[in-house]
Write a protein that binds this ligand. Structure first.
Ligand code: FES
Ligand code: FES
Length: 161
């Protein structure tokens, strides 16, 4: 099988590999790089458990080929904080934004992307932004509260800088 050389910056670290053109980004992250925090929850591009940031934008990594990330920058849940938990992760813990935790990495990354774009979202904006992320445990209320908790923390940190 033909293989293609790619160079991808993941969580601040440059990686070079040869991959099959059909390799999905999520499989590259999980199987080649061992970053198993990014989950696979469906095979229909619906659940959002595989959400990562590609050049700062939230994407479902099961909908992209690894070769499409060539020359680009990926952030996964493992890279969200190098030093303790990120406020978004803390928010999920503080506000019980998870039950089984399977959807949580994708939810956290989508919430992080939202707060980068919009540091002070309304409840409607939070719910709309997270529409592509499904939680089978029906923990949506706690998830929305977690996002607000994180948003407040992040705004306070920015104001203090
Ligand atoms: S694994 Fe379900 S949307 Fe990607
Ligand atoms: S916490 Fe179980 S799927 Fe969301």
């Amino acid at each position: 099988m033909e293989r293609v050389a790619i160079q991808v910056r993941v969580n601040g670290v440059e990686h070079r590999h040869e991959v099959e053109p059909r390799t999905l980004l999520v499989h590259y992250l999980r199987e080649t790089l061992g970053l198993t925090g990014t989950h696979v929850g469906c095979d229909t591009s619906q659940c959002g458990a595989c959400t990562v940031l590609l050049d700062g934008k939230a994407v479902k990594s099961c909908t992209l080929f690894a070769v499409q990330a060539d020359g680009r920058e990926v952030l996964t849940v493992e890279g969200l904080s190098q030093d303790g938990l990120h406020p978004v992760q803390e928010g999920f813990r503080e506000k019980h934004g998870l039950q089984c935790g399977f959807c949580t990495p994708g939810m956290v990354m989508a919430a992080y992307a939202l707060l980068q774009e919009n540091p002070n979202p309304t409840e409607e904006e939070v719910r709309h932004y997270l529409e592509g992320n499904l939680c089978r445990c029906t923990g949506y209320q706690g998830i929305v509260e977690a996002v607000f908790w994180a948003a407040e923390r992040m705004r306070a940190a920015q104001a203090a800088d």
